[in-house]
Design a protein around this ligand. Structure first.
Ligand code: SAH
Length: 198
């Protein structure tokens, strides 16, 4: 990949660590063979089970908004292809990722192992149940949209932590939640379109 993966620099992706991670992770490896030739284009692609791998720009935007620092504990809901999981690992996060579709979870696990990503905690389960025995998390990121942010997830956010999620049904918007002690602040940003959280 060149110095401007997916044309991200031309947009509003300025974080050097995010750009480096986006350049380092081979997106094609996470995409079924039938669609591999499209891997470097900036749009979502099917990964089976009616799900999609996110558009690179959105992954980069989310990673920049999430402000991941090495060694932070990060919970990802919706492993999907494992692509964003690999980006999080490349950013130095200690990654916990939950996927509800067993076949996608199995394929993501194989891909990540084959590419040499080690120490990832992957689990088949429902994101609405959270990951109690590993909480709290410094960062939580959802890649499927709930109608509202589940309280079990904001409860699992560490002090100083940040949660990022697409929220809504027909109309979705990206929501950032920051925790300071007992207080939560909420900010809405990008209009988005993600698969619904089941
Ligand atoms: N970031 C992923 C995108 C995956 S799409 C990638 O880059 O490939 C969203 C994923 O969320 C799908 O794989 C879907 O199966 C999963 N999902 C939907 N509802 C879920 C839930 N309740 N708990 C966990 N995963 C869920």
């Amino acid at each position: 990949m060149t110095g401007d993966p997916y044309g991200l620099r031309r947009r509003d992706i300025t974080d050097a660590r995010v750009l480096a991670a986006m350049a380092a992770v081979p997106r094609a490896e996470f995409i079924p063979e039938a669609h591999r030739l499209d891997a470097t284009a900036d749009h979502p692609l099917p990964i089976g089970e009616g799900q999609t791998i996110s558009q690179p720009y959105i992954v980069a935007w989310m990673m920049q908004e999430l402000r991941v620092v090495p060694h932070q504990k990060v919970l990802e809901i919706g492993t999907g292809s494992g692509y964003q999981t690999a980006i999080l690992a490349t950013l130095g996060a200690e990654v916990y990722s939950i996927e509800i579709a067993p076949r996608l979870a199995a394929r993501a696990s194989q891909t990540l192992t084959r590419l040499g990503y080690a120490g990832l905690r992957l689990r088949i389960g429902n994101g609405y149940d959270g990951w109690k025995d590993a909480a709290p998390f410094d960062r939580i990121v959802l890649t499927a949209a709930p109608p509202a942010i589940p309280q079990i997830l904001t409860d699992a956010l560490a002090d100083g932590g940040r949660l990022l999620a697409p929220v809504g049904t027909e109309r979705q918007v990206m929501v950032t939640i920051d925790r300071k002690g007992e207080s939560l602040t909420r900010r809405e940003s990008l209009p988005v379109r993600f698969v619904p959280m089941r």
